[in-house]
Design a protein around this ligand. Structure first.
Ligand SMILES: CC(C)(COP(=O)(O)OP(=O)(O)OC[C@H]1O[C@@H](n2cnc3c(N)ncnc32)[C@H](O)[C@@H]1OP(=O)(O)O)[C@@H](O)C(=O)NCCC(=O)NCCS
Length: 349
């Protein structure tokens, strides 16, 4: 079957830099705590009204499309990964299709949080392999700054996340030694609530003994959103950080090894590993476990925080722009996040 290759890549981050010290205005935290636990020094926040998840995706896509040597009208399928969409529905894919004046092509939104981009890339890869499409735009974008709890109550989550977007154009590989070698996707819903945003939703407290929202007094028409939910701060993401950490440091190395083994490689063969930028400590743990050198792992969480579905394409783009990825290099993308879902992609650049 025809392999696919990344023909163009782009990234966009908002100009507004928010340092750890800037967060002291909103919550009880410290630069020292954040850097020590996560490695993050600063992140970017989108302009409140002028930028959205889709507009940032558009900016990254323009660059990726131009670098692929095509125009938006050449795109024949869109896969858009995000957990912070402009609208609850429809998804960002159609908003991007409209904004970029593309043809009436298919637009698919992927809701796999931190592993969203790897999932989206894998979906696109299958469509290229079967010959169904020739120019697929794969986007990861997030505007976290709009939906976090910026009080001390939400500090374990809000200090971690940042805004930004990355995009790639996937095309059939013309050179047989180039392109995506394989992708590997996994999930384990046992811990779905460990990193989650429950409301608004239709769960009706079905899945947990613990109440995630007060529905008892609610009438039809009051269940999806209520003042009560807002008053009790039940509309923000929840995370059991240590539990996420423990699972991530097992699943990252596992899924990287799965990709390497499937293609007859070992860790020392990797030119660059792009791990999802969840937490610098997680990436360092993975590096140590696989005995990779500093040159083999690219991290930029220090500057951008965790940008969820955007983190892999942003890091990949930046690494490539800095000349750290060259033609023929073995590149591994790996991600883990809410769900839990995790995955990897191994490619020859
Ligand atoms: C979130 C994370 C940084 C927290 O670090 P930790 O060492 O596990 O810290 P804990 O959650 O055990 O909390 C330790 C203390 O720090 C406090 N704390 C939490 N957030 C804080 C913040 N932003 N600033 C200051 N103190 C904070 C807690 O309240 C707690 O205080 P206590 O001991 O008085 O109760 C860490 O668990 C982590 O990175 N986990 C993985 C998260 C992740 O990668 N998420 C994205 C998945 S894709």
């Amino acid at each position: 079957m025809q392999k696919s290759k990344i023909a163009g890549i782009g990234m966009y981050v908002p100009s507004n830099v928010v340092t750890n010290n800037d967060l002291l205005k909103y919550m009880d935290t410290s630069d020292e705590w954040i850097q020590e636990r996560t490695g993050i020094k600063e992140r970017r926040y989108a302009h409140r009204t002028e930028e959205t998840t889709t507009t940032m995706g558009v900016e990254a896509s323009k660059i990726a499309i131009e670098r692929a040597g095509i125009t938006p009208q050449d795109i024949d399928f869109i896969v858009f990964a995000t957990l912070s969409p402009d609208y609850y529905f429809p998804g960002c894919g159609v908003l991007l299709q409209r904004a970029m004046k593309m043809k009436e092509v298919g637009a698919l939104d992927v809701r796999n949080q931190c592993s969203g981009f790897v999932y989206a890339l894998s979906v696109a890869d299958q469509f290229i392999k079967t010959g169904m499409y020739k120019n697929i735009l794969v986007v990861g974008s997030e505007k976290h700054s709009f939906g976090l709890d910026f009080t001390t109550r939400g500090r374990n989550v809000s200090v971690i996340f940042g805004d930004g977007a990355g995009a790639v154009v996937l095309q059939p590989a013309t050179n047989k030694d180039q392109g995506i070698l394989s992708t590997h996707l996994h999930s384990d819903g046992e811990s779905a609530e460990i990193l989650a945003m429950f409301n608004p939703g239709t769960h009706a407290n079905h899945w947990m003994d613990q109440s995630l929202a007060d529905f008892d007094e609610a009438e039809i028409g009051q269940m999806f959103f209520s003042h009560n939910m807002i008053d009790k701060a039940q509309v923000f993401p929840n995370m059991d950080g240590p539990a996420v950490f423990k699972k991530a440091v097992v699943k990252f190395p596992e899924v990287i090894m799965e990709a390497l083994t499937a293609n007859g490689y070992q860790p020392s063969d990797i030119a660059v590993l792009i791990p999802h930028q969840a937490n610098l400590r997680i990436a360092q743990f993975v590096q140590q476990k696989l005995k990779l050198t500093d040159d083999q792992v690219y991290n930029n969480i220090q500057q951008y925080g965790n940008t969820t579905a955007a983190s892999v394409p942003i890091a990949l783009c930046e690494a490539w722009e800095k000349g750290k990825i060259k033609e023929g290099d073995l590149v591994c993308l790996a991600a883990f996040g809410s769900g839990f879902t995790w995955g990897s992609a191994l490619l020859k650049w």
